[in-house]
Write a protein that binds this ligand. Sequence first.
Ligand SMILES: Nc1ncnc2c1ncn2[C@@H]1O[C@H](COP(=O)(O)OP(=O)(O)O)[C@@H](O)[C@H]1O
Ligand SMILES: [Mg+2]
Length: 260
Amino acid sequence: MNKKTKIISVVNQKGGVGKTTTAVNLSTALAAINKKVLLIDLDPQGNLSTGLGIKNEDRKINVYDLIMVEKISIKKALINTKIPYLDIVPSGINLSGIEFELSEDINRNKKLYNKISTIDSEYDFIIIDCPPSLGILTINSLVASDLILVPLQCEFYALEGLAQLLKTVEAVKNNLNPDLRLEGIVLTMYDSRNRLSIDVINDAREHLGNKVFKTIIPRNVRLSEAPSHGLPAILYDRKCMGSEAYIELAREFINRVEAV
Ligand SMILES: Nc1ncnc2c1ncn2[C@@H]1O[C@H](COP(=O)(O)OP(=O)(O)O)[C@@H](O)[C@H]1O
Ligand SMILES: [Mg+2]
């Protein structure tokens, strides 16, 4: 594989914190500056695939086959989206049974890594949208990744669960992928009228320091409307506050990643 391809897990075992929204809009912002991006939809819910307008009939070969079928390569499983420079390996409904199917397989944690590491990749970034759990799928993503991005919703209890996530990351580092790095925490759904939102930001900065991205994603209804149009918010409404924030996040992300 081309050494310069960076593989990123967007991960948080809580649902509804902005993983998929972050994956799709960060990817689109990167593609817009001519970075070649491959998205992998690892959530059985398939929200990422739907949000990019990928129809069910186009998901016949999907991430389930990629993980489970020896001869299915990334190249076979991916679809070009309507956005230049942005491809996706879509989710499939049978993905929800995979934890059970793989439970006895001794190589279960390296399935995705084995596929990703063998491609001769022309991508600058491979971004993996994880499901809301710390099960086999998320472990596969962490084993295959260089970096981790953790979206954290600006709500009460936001930091709860983070310790468990970081413990899992440490375990993966110690046993399976020593080079894995927590790149950063992205604060999402910030509401300036809500005191709790401000408390969460202060808490996160106090505990996690410069791991927290400077860019904060505001709560913005345009971000939640976009998926029903099969579009990233950045294309649905380029000028809304949410889109502007994700474009800024992409800039900060690139600066961080390229500084290393
Ligand atoms: N910044 C935001 N402002 C408003 N709605 C948001 C924002 N981020 C995400 N949403 C909405 O919140 C819900 C959960 O977000 P999602 O990205 O799907 O989270 P996850 O992938 O972690 O489950 C979705 O309906 C999404 O459209
Ligand atoms: Mg999601």
